[in-house]
Ligand binder design. Structure first.
Ligand code: IMP
Length: 434
């Protein structure tokens, strides 16, 4: 009975939330390991649409436990909004959610610091979600952050908070962007919110390790995608956490020896939000067609996503970084209308075909994708729920992706509903889920 990691193999928004929601039926616990409310997982159950930002989508399955691991940065206001919305829809959150006492607390002042780094002349603008994620992780790494356990200890919290905010305003004044946040009011609000989250806070590493020892199954849920990982992504156009598979261990306190498999999620094409290099970006009419058909607008920010063609070298790279056992290919139906579908099979820079992903953004920006063009299937696959019923050319497309990435397409999805994802019989994925 394997514990598995599910994560994005591209630049995020691959449809992980939907896949985690579907597979969580076979697990006891779903644990998030990094990021914050910059993530947005959209899950449909019947006619109800849920956008989950912090809470793992396993919460939507009655009786399953959801864990917010130590690797996250937590805005308690965003968390409580999400809890209230879910509870109003009849989901029992408070009894099933566990929050790590070691997760870091995100404050409005982190957003002020983000405006400083994103807006200042001469700085590279990353095109962040403006949620304060980066500055909160900065405090964590600089060892001056406030963790959830400290938020719950009023005296310790007050002293630490006051000195941290004094420092933030000193920096902001230096750059003339000080916004005179109501520090005192924010502190009072956080103290009040601490009381609401207190019953859910615990040592989640202990909880997870005890559960695994007792034979329970854990599904680790990544946010963002591997190409946004702080180390392995297109730095500096990345998020500030370890979105790749390694982050599941550091972000929850569960050892690699307890993990039985890693599943990547990939769109049948590719998207990116925010700035940064994107070798297979489709500009003009074709990009617009993908965006419209795929409703490619950010779940958190509403920003239009940049759209492009499937990038096999990128997936080969993320498969290596994460050790994918299998890949779930989502949104196949978005490609239904194309006469021809280009797939990038290699990167060429200055006439040379590359072996791997360049470290430098300036080199990735120079990449000329080597495309092969596959015939489209020109028939609707929307909602098809059996692999055998896919048109032959759609199956050929999937087989082509498998050949050029070296990883099986263990499942395919053709729509947002739980019934519209098919796990292939005999796949490695099927055996991992068993
Ligand atoms: P941050 O995570 O807000 O610091 O943003 C850093 C980069 O990651 C920006 O390019 C964002 O658009 C991107 N990003 C952050 N979260 C997500 C996500 O959930 N999906 C897609 N892109 C994301």
């Amino acid at each position: 009975m394997a514990n598995i990691i599910i994560l994005g193999s591209q630049w995020g928004d691959e449809g992980k939330g939907k896949i985690v929601d579907l597979f969580s039926e076979r697990f006891d616990i779903v644990a998030r390991y990094q990021g914050g409310h910059n993530a947005g997982h959209t899950v449909f159950i019947g006619l109800k649409k849920f956008i989950l930002k912090l809470i793992p989508s396993g919460i939507l399955r009655p009786g399953k436990k959801a864990v917010i691991g130590n690797g996250l940065v937590l805005d308690p206001a965003a968390l409580l909004d999400e809890i209230d919305a879910l509870e109003a829809a009849g989901v029992d959150v408070t009894t099933n959610l566990a929050i790590s006492d070691r997760a870091h607390v995100l404050f409005p002042q982190h957003r002020m610091m983000e405006r400083l780094s994103e807006g200042r002349a001469g700085r590279i603008s990353i095109g962040t979600t403006s949620r304060g994620i980066g500055p909160c992780y900065e405090d964590k790494i600089a060892r001056r952050g406030i963790r959830v356990a400290e938020l719950l200890d009023r005296d310790a919290f007050r002293a630490h908070y006051d000195s941290l905010m004094e420092e933030k305003h000193a920096i902001a004044r230096t750059f003339s962007i000080d916004e005179e946040d109501d520090d005192r009011g924010i502190r009072d609000r956080y103290e009040a919110m601490a009381e609401r989250i207190r019953p859910m806070v615990c040592d989640t590493a202990l909880l997870l390790n005890n559960a695994i020892r007792d034979g329970k199954r854990v599904l680790f849920e990544g946010a963002q995608g591997t190409m946004l990982d702080i180390d392995h992504g297109t730095y500096p156009f990345v998020t500030s956490s370890s979105a790749s598979a390694g982050g599941a261990c550091t972000g929850t306190g569960v050892a690699p020896t307890r993990i039985g498999g890693v599943i990547g999620v990939s769109k049948a094409y590719i998207t990116r939000v925010g700035g940064g290099p994107f070798p297979t970006e489709a500009h003009g009419e074709e990009g617009e067609l993908i965006r419209r058909k795929g409703s490619e607008f950010g779940a958190v920010t509403g920003r239009p996503r940049r759209c492009g063609w499937f990038d096999a070298p990128l997936l080969r790279y993320t498969a290596a970084i994460n050790g994918f056992d299998s890949v779930v290919v989502t949104k196949l139906d978005v490609l239904d209308d194309f006469d021809e579908i280009p797939v990038c099979v290699g990167y060429r820079v200055d006439g040379r075909v590359l072996d791997g992903m360049p470290a430098r953004v300036s080199v990735i920006e120079k990449v000329e994708p080597v495309y092969e063009r596959l015939p489209g299937w020109k028939t609707s696959t929307f909602g098809v729920s059996s692999y055998d019923e896919l048109p032959a050319r759609a199956k050929d497309y999937l087989a082509f992706l498998e050949r050029h990435t070296g990883v099986e397409a263990g499942a395919v999805s053709t729509g947002p509903e739980r019934t519209q994802t098919m796990v292939r019989t005999g796949s490695r994925l099927e055996s991992l889920l068993r």
